[in-house]
Design a protein around this ligand. Structure first.
Ligand SMILES: Nc1ncnc2c1ncn2[C@@H]1O[C@H](COP(=O)(O)OP(=O)(O)OP(=O)(O)O)[C@@H](O)[C@H]1O
Length: 264
């Protein structure tokens, strides 16, 4: 009998000659908000896709709900809510059509799916756009559709890959509270984000991925080595990044090279 809802042991994954995940190990207990952070290209989406059974590890084992993921028995997917990193939804459909379709794929009746989707859409100010094609939606509106789609079937665990992309500050506050309320009801939330002040505030536990392995794992207060630091500073330290000023200066020098405003 295991206490963990997710177990990753010695996971390795390469794409061609590029070793992305070298030896990834962690378990997640139910009823937690876990923030998964790391530099661009660190392997966060790759990890999430493996947890969903969309990608296979080259080595190591991955268990969900105490069982190894098996393509022969995809029933575990009904207990998962996934927000992919890229908001590519079916543009030709309206939100009503898309969410009804997704709800039905997860076993809801068309009427229940539509009713639930509409009620959720109203709460995030999407009612007026509900019968418009998604092709006319802004980035943030698309993101909200993905978030609603991941919740329609009341999953036990959320795998959200950069869910806050494109959301305005007010909507982020709503989503933060939604996640906290879901956690308080015993749901598990595993999400990646680059918005580190939100990650610091929201997460019960933060896992930092760098160069293919976990370099910090725990509640923010436990992984922060100094009392007056913040997650941004800790992230810079953990990923060995100290030259932002110099990089920015070189970038601007190249952009503005040879330019003289006196000529304008
Ligand atoms: N299908 C693929 N084929 C080849 N390389 C891939 C593939 N998927 C991912 N990669 C590579 O694996 C590495 C990790 O990618 P991944 O998308 O997991 O990073 P990430 O941590 O989610 O990054 P970001 O913060 O930029 O979204 C990158 O170098 C990426 O180019």
């Amino acid at each position: 009998m295991t206490d963990s809802i997710v177990t990753l042991s010695h996971i390795q994954k390469s794409f061609g000659s590029k070793k992305v995940l070298k030896d990834l190990n962690f378990t997640i207990a139910p009823g937690n908000i876990v923030g998964y952070i790391g530099p661009n290209g660190a392997g966060k989406s790759t990890t999430v896709k493996m947890m969903l059974g969309l990608l296979e590890p080259d080595d190591g084992t991955l268990e969900l709900f105490g069982q190894p993921i098996s393509p022969k028995d995809p029933s575990y997917k009904r207990r998962i809510g996934y927000v992919p990193e890229s908001a590519d939804v079916f543009d030709a459909l309206t939100a009503r059509e898309y969410l009804s379709l997704i709800g039905q794929l997860y076993g809801l009746s068309a009427a229940d799916a539509e009713q639930k989707a509409l009620a959720l859409a109203e709460l995030v100010n999407l009612r007026d756009a509900f019968d418009r094609r998604i092709s006319s939606y802004s980035k943030g509106m698309r993101q909200l559709i993905l978030i609603i789609a991941s919740l329609l079937h009341n999953p036990d665990i959320l795998f959200w890959d950069q869910p806050l992309n494109g959301l305005d500050a007010n909507t982020v506050l709503v989503i933060e509270e939604v996640l906290q309320d879901l956690r308080d009801q015993g749901k598990t939330i595993f999400y990646s984000s680059h918005i580190l002040d939100v990650v610091q505030k929201l997460s019960d536990r933060i896992i930092v991925l760098n160069a293919g392995t976990v370099v910090a794992d725990g509640p923010f207060k436990a992984i922060a080595k100094e009392a007056d630091t913040n997650l941004q500073q800790l992230f810079n330290d953990l990923t060995g990044f100290a030259e932002h000023g110099q990089k920015a200066q070189s970038f601007v020098d190249i952009v503005t090279e040879g330019e003289s405003h006196e000529d304008a």
